[in-house]
Design a protein around this ligand. Structure first.
Ligand SMILES: [Zn+2]
Length: 571
């Protein structure tokens, strides 16, 4: 006999075999025992949670003459025929493929006839949300005047796509995601029955990856078994699911707690080198950090869902990391998850996220304060202003109810502060001699330059790009202000970049950094103050007289310097 997928072989044949849906199966059994079945049911819930299995068991139980406590006997002719899919009175329709009005009209016509072999005719319509509007209308007509001895069971993963008029004519059952612990138990049971052994950690990994679906869990288990020798190993489970070991996740989170970007990036390289899936990594990480948070507040909940496999490292991290930090980590990871959807270079986003994660907010505030000696006064002034606003707002609330406090604009303010840190004295000489040809040349060697850096520095520089270049200098813009600050304060990095460019081009280069947000403003300032009629690609500063009103020349010059793409003419 050819190999049969586990989820087929181990498909539940009794209500009691359906895992994790006890309330639903008990209600269905009661209905059958007391002969109080409805003529239409709606089974909703995620895939692989037992909806169609329950539908088939229901079809057997209602027709079986030997049913006991609402369960089918699974032995009689009727039961066996239904199990084999050979009973004409039990009709399974996949709406994903049969979504036409004709099909449903067909049901309407045929449903009128009494069942031929069994007591009840059962229509099981899977993925019912896929029906066309016309088909839904036809179905509605049938449900409004239900023929006797006919039961409709509609199953769907997306109940919000089912018209309310249909839903209101059915008895609805919501199938839940199956807990990891329940999936674990079922897999362990099946392996025991097959006389196979397993590493408990392996089943835990599979249970997590299945995300609440029994069919997915058993499909993954099938794959793992295909290259295990009657023993399910953790390594195989990790390979098949692309998941990470708990220990690796703990190590990674530890680097966040330690504010250690270098170790974090090295660990990340190691994880990626092992071929782990980037999306999966971020998902696993979010779940891990969420568990840390949850454990702080309700240890017993985590213990229950994680099957008591929590280790000391997990507990230590949960005790050490403040909740605000963990929330911050989740925010950054969520953001990264969004970015990953639209990129072909997921590693880059992951590296940027890693650098951001390993900088605590305290460290960020501290470095900002050191860099701008005036920040103290400014911050105090800003705070006093906010306090005054809040007090005024409070007084207003007492008089005429809730009112919106005008929001401060921390972002604009931060951008301004950062812009102040840009070394304009170093940028202007580069701009004075900048040409597009030079910029193109630099862009060409940029990837080679990045490859010369070590892992930490490369991660920082990956969000940068050259935006202007002369024969002897280059302006490099950064996407993230925080990374600009880091790089700008890193003399070692600047020296390595300059050495590298020297080796790659044969010319000595001065590297000047700017944050991307501040770049348009700096460029504009320069052009306003140094505008000259453009005849040559290289401009002569001596002839440059400030003529802010000479706009076309400014634009022409900008195009000469930076190319068409970056020049946006503003009215
Ligand atoms: Zn039977």
């Amino acid at each position: 006999m050819s190999y049969q997928a586990l989820y087929r072989v181990w498909r539940p044949q009794r209500f009691d075999d359906i895992i994790g849906q006890e309330t639903m199966t008990q209600t269905l059994k009661n209905a059958i025992m007391t002969h109080q079945t409805s003529h239409a049911y709606l089974f909703t819930g995620p895939r692989g949670t037992g909806k169609t299995s329950a539908a088939k068991i229901f079809a057997k139980a209602i027709n079986c003459h030997y049913q006991q406590d609402g369960e089918p006997c699974n032995e009689c002719e009727t039961c066996r025929a239904i199990t084999a899919g050979a009973l004409n009175d039990v009709i399974e329709i996949d709406a994903a493929s049969n979504n036409g009005v004709e099909e449903i009209r067909d049901i309407r016509d045929k449903a009128k006839y009494a069942p031929t072999q069994a007591d009840y005719k059962i229509y099981i319509i899977d993925e019912v949300h896929m029906l066309s509007t016309g088909a839904f209308n036809a179905l509605l007509k049938t449900l409004e005047e239900p023929p006797t001895n006919v039961v409709f069971i509609l199953a769907t993963t997306e109940v919000h796509k089912v018209p309310a008029t249909i839903i209101s004519r059915t008895q609805r059952f919501n199938f839940k995601r199956i807990t990891a612990a329940d999936l674990f138990k079922r897999m362990a049971y099946i392996l025991d029955q097959k006389e196979m052994t397993y590493d408990p950690a392996a089943l835990k990994v599979i249970a997590k990856a299945a995300e609440g679906g029994m069919r997915d869990a058993l499909s993954i288990l099938d794959q793992v078994l295909s290259f295990s020798d009657n023993h399910v190993t953790l390594d195989n489970a990790l390979d098949v699911t692309g998941s990470l070991t708990e220990a690796l996740l703990a190590d990674y989170v530890q680097t966040i707690q330690d504010n250690a970007p270098k170790q974090a990036l090295q660990l990340l390289q190691q994880i990626l080198a092992e071929g782990k899936d980037v999306q999966r990594f971020v998902e696993d990480l979010i779940e891990y950090v969420r568990d840390l948070l949850l454990y702080q507040q309700a240890p017993e909940l985590v213990a229950a869902s994680e099957m008591d496999l929590l280790d000391e490292h997990f507990k230590a991290l949960s005790a050490a990391m403040p909740a605000e930090r963990l929330y911050g980590v989740i925010d950054i990871l969520n953001e990264t998850q969004q970015q990953l959807r639209f990129t072909n270079h997921p590693e880059i986003y992951l590296e940027v996220a890693t650098v951001r994660l390993t900088q605590s907010q305290i460290a960020q505030v501290a470095s900002a304060t050191v860099a701008t000696p005036t920040a103290d006064n400014e911050q105090v002034a800003a705070l006093s202003q906010q306090v005054a606003q809040l007090q005024a707002a409070l007084q207003k609330i007492e008089v005429d109810g809730p009112v919106k406090v005008p929001a401060a604009k921390p972002k604009a303010k931060a951008a301004k502060q950062i812009s102040k840190k840009v070394n304009r004295k170093a940028i202007y000489p580069v701009l004075a001699e900048a040409t597009r040809a030079n910029l193109e040349k630099l862009k060409e060697v940029w990837p080679d330059l990045l490859n010369m850096l070590d892992v930490t520095k490369r991660a920082i520089m990956k969000v940068s790009e050259p935006v202007a270049a002369s024969e002897s200098g280059v302006v490099v813009a950064f996407n993230y202000a925080i990374l600009f600050e880091r790089a700008n304060n890193d003399q070692d990095l600047l020296r390595i970049l300059e050495d590298g460019l020297n080796r790659l081009t044969g010319n000595p280069f001065k590297v000047v950094l700017v944050p991307h947000d501040a770049w348009p403003e700096i460029r504009q300032e320069y052009l306003q103050n140094h505008a000259v009629p453009v005849q040559h690609e290289t401009t002569d500063q001596a002839t440059g007289t400030p003529k802010p009103e000479q706009k076309p020349a400014v634009i022409e010059q900008a195009q000469a310097l930076f190319g068409d793409a970056v020049v946006v003419e503003k009215d």
